[in-house]
Design a binder for this molecule. Structure first.
Ligand code: LMR
Length: 396
């Protein structure tokens, strides 16, 4: 029966990680997948996570199932992180949250929810976007359309083009936005632009959906929710997929959440009953460990403060690498202006390297970059910076 099956293409990001692992060159550098590396090139367990785990190990009394949406404490902690501790959306019970297996799991639940409950609407996705977005929505049978986002010449957001494209969306369509640290460009809308986007969604009756995977990696945990909170003020309904892979370093624990905000408590609760049915037929109920860690850290004042400092340390190290990268490229004789890298947020930048250059970097130098030219700045260290920049200088 299987003889008819043809091989699936390798994943553009995770497939590259496999290739990297199989590369035997000791000097190889992985700037593909978005995983934070410290100065020694390791991805450590956060100190607060270790502390929370020790407490959990001591206190845990059962491995019994969680409910379909996970625990209420986790849901509340997620909502407070998204909308602010005292948000009326929360006190009015307009938000409902289901824990999901990672940000991707949350997106997939959202996609099913959209398809089953909102019908044949289109999902508008920025061009470029995370390599998995289109696949996740297509897997639920949804049609996707793209809106312009990036101007390769100015290396900035092409905001007018984005608005012009979104003007073609129909009532009920979904607009997918990156909460902060746009993946892959690292360029986020500024405050006035968030307002304009939210106004457009209200005017055209579009449903905003946020993919929020890097909260804390741009400016700060609270500050990075600015765009989402502007939308929450203006739009009566919205969807959010959260991921705690990066800001808690809980990559392999698969901790995410799908949050929906309704016009009122009753509509939110009814819609959420459908979310629960969707989760039940995909994974039944979520894994407990990672969400328990996040809940504990966010609800304990000392751990929370320490965690925010850990996030700040990761953010600042990446920013330091951005500056060093631009300087080292100059030192290696690169004339092209790479200063835009310093203006971008989060783990990624769109380097402007083309496919041939990306291939040469891999083949000749063991430097792994996603085919689109996206580089994970989080994978740079003081030790790999010089060989990295020499490689780039050679292929430019
Ligand atoms: C990335 O964009 O590199 C990360 O979000 C990891 C992934 O799953 O692709």
């Amino acid at each position: 029966m299987f003889e008819k099956i043809t091989a699936a293409p390798a994943d553009p990001i995770l497939g590259l990680t496999d290739e990297f692992k199989n590369d035997t060159r000791p000097e190889k550098i992985n700037l593909g997948v978005g995983i934070y590396k410290d100065e020694s090139g390791n991805t450590p367990v956060l100190a607060t996570v270790k502390k929370a785990e020790a407490i959990l190990l001591e206190k845990e009394t059962t491995k019994s199932y969680l409910g379909i949406p996970g625990t209420a404490e986790y849901g509340l902690a997620v909502q407070q992180l998204l909308f602010g501790a005292n948000a009326t959306i929360i006190s009015d019970k307009r938000a409902q949250t289901a824990q999901a297996p990672g940000g991707t799991g949350a997106l997939r639940v959202a996609a099913e929810f959209i398809k089953r409950q909102l019908g044949d609407v289109k999902v508008w996705i920025s061009n470029p976007t995370w390599a998995n977005h289109i696949g996740v929505f297509a897997a639920a049978g949804l049609e996707t359309a793209s809106y312009s986002y990036y101007n390769a010449e100015t290396k900035d957001i092409d905001f007018d083009a984005a608005l012009a494209d979104l003007a073609n969306a129909n009532e009920g369509d979904i607009v997918l936005l990156h909460g902060c640290c746009h993946n892959p460009t690292g360029i986020d809308p500024v405050e006035a632009q968030w307002h304009q986007l939210a106004a457009l969604c209200v005017e055209k009756k579009l449903l905003p959906m946020f993919d929020f995977a890097y909260q804390g990696f741009a400016v700060g945990v609270e500050e990075d929710a600015q765009g989402l909170r502007i939308f929450a003020e203006q739009c009566s309904e919205l969807l959010v997929a959260s991921s705690f892979s990066k800001n808690f370093g809980l990559y392999n624990e698969r901790v995410g959440a799908f949050t929906l905000v309704g016009k009122n408590a009753e509509q939110a609760a009814t819609a959420f009953s459908q979310v629960k049915s969707i989760a039940r037929v995909i994974y039944s109920n979520p894994p407990a460990h990672g969400a328990a860690i996040v809940t504990l850290i966010l609800n304990d004042e000392a751990l929370r403060n320490e965690w925010e400092q850990e996030v700040a340390d990761m953010r600042n190290r990446i920013q330091e690498m951005r500056t060093l990268f631009v300087q080292t490229l100059k030192d290696c004789g690169v004339d092209a202006d790479f200063s835009f890298i310093e203006r971008q947020n989060g783990m990624f930048s769109f380097s402007g390297l083309n496919k041939d250059q990306v291939n040469r970097l891999k083949e000749e130098f063991g430097i792994y970059i996603v085919g689109s030219g996206r580089i994970s700045v989080a994978g740079m260290t003081k030790n790999n910076m010089l060989p990295l920049c020499k490689g780039i200088a050679a292929v430019l």
